[in-house]
Design a protein around this ligand. Sequence first.
Ligand SMILES: CC(C)(COP(=O)(O)OP(=O)(O)OC[C@H]1O[C@@H](n2cnc3c(N)ncnc32)[C@H](O)[C@@H]1OP(=O)(O)O)[C@@H](O)C(=O)NCCC(=O)NCCS
Length: 343
Amino acid sequence: MVREWDPLTAPSEEIDSLVNTLNAMLAIDLPDDPPWRTDSFREYLSVTMPGERRIIWIAEESPGEATDDKPGGVGILGQANILLFDTMAVLEVLVHPEARRTGVGRELLTAAVGRAHAEGYATLGVEAIGGTAAATFYEAMGFSCAYQETRMVLDLASVDWPRLGEMAGGVAAGYRIEYHPGGPPEELYESYATAKYLVHSTADLGDLSLRPSSHNADRLKASLATLHMRGMKPYIVLAISEATGEVAGLTEVVVPAQHPERADQYDTVVVPEHRGYGLGRAIKARMLFELRSAEPRLVSVQTWNSAAAEEMLKVNTELGFYPDREWREYEATIADLAASLGV
Ligand SMILES: CC(C)(COP(=O)(O)OP(=O)(O)OC[C@H]1O[C@@H](n2cnc3c(N)ncnc32)[C@H](O)[C@@H]1OP(=O)(O)O)[C@@H](O)C(=O)NCCC(=O)NCCS
């Protein structure tokens, strides 16, 4: 059975059970990824940006099953959630490998589609890992692939640090590089958001549209606060134009309390007029040095690249990132899903 579930009030046994289910999924679908911890997991699920809501369902064999410590039991069979923001609803579905192909995924999807439909949303988006059951499942459910990119991973143990040092120092005159653990300084919020806006409004950076960016200072502030509340620590390296004091380039990496061994690269942008001066390479290289000393548990960093973002792909490869998995964005019209699932 499927029921709506609130991570803030759920018993800690259910939190543990959900993390176990997530790790069982990783062991099958992404066996090289570090397992998740329960650290800040409630906050990870419950905190959203202002104006957004996340609604969660869990699947159990029978009510309260997830809190039973029955030997051999899998506890929570699966989880689905939808993040509702202004333009669309974004879905995640996860089923324990031992409970797959029994209709749990379909049942969780039906609950999520029912709610998104009732709330008046038109489109449902979801990310799936290429070559796994998820891609087949979403296609069977009527989703189509709208976008594909490659996840790339860098192992810190394999980094050529002296070479990276050259890259970090290879910046043209007229720029300085700054490191800001926790977030950029408040006096640079406006300039930082403008740099993101200038790049995202004109180019396909290869970011999935399911991950909205912070294009103004208020949204940036809210986004940093949300990350901290979810247990995700942002690290920022900036290239500053010395002539104007403005942000010429920026790179963001987040280290989540849920898996501090694997960091996530967020945005990297260099404002068009400052391109060709080695800034992209220098800020990303400097970031790796800072992470190595600030986060002793960190083993690897992951980033996502579209084939279209050639320059970024080149920089990432020079730094030592290698292609790992295809990552797909699927979309479906909610009215069509509701009809086919009999909602
Ligand atoms: C995708 C997933 C949710 C499917 O869950 P499930 O409970 O096995 O799905 P269902 O049993 O409801 O399957 C519904 C239909 O999808 C299709 N399907 C699902 N898995 C499939 C597979 N491995 N091979 C072929 N078809 C499949 C089938 O058409 C199936 O119907 P059928 O069994 O009657 O043939 C599950 O495999 C999963 O959790 N994968 C990992 C998801 C993930 O990576 N989440 C995190 C994203 S980072």
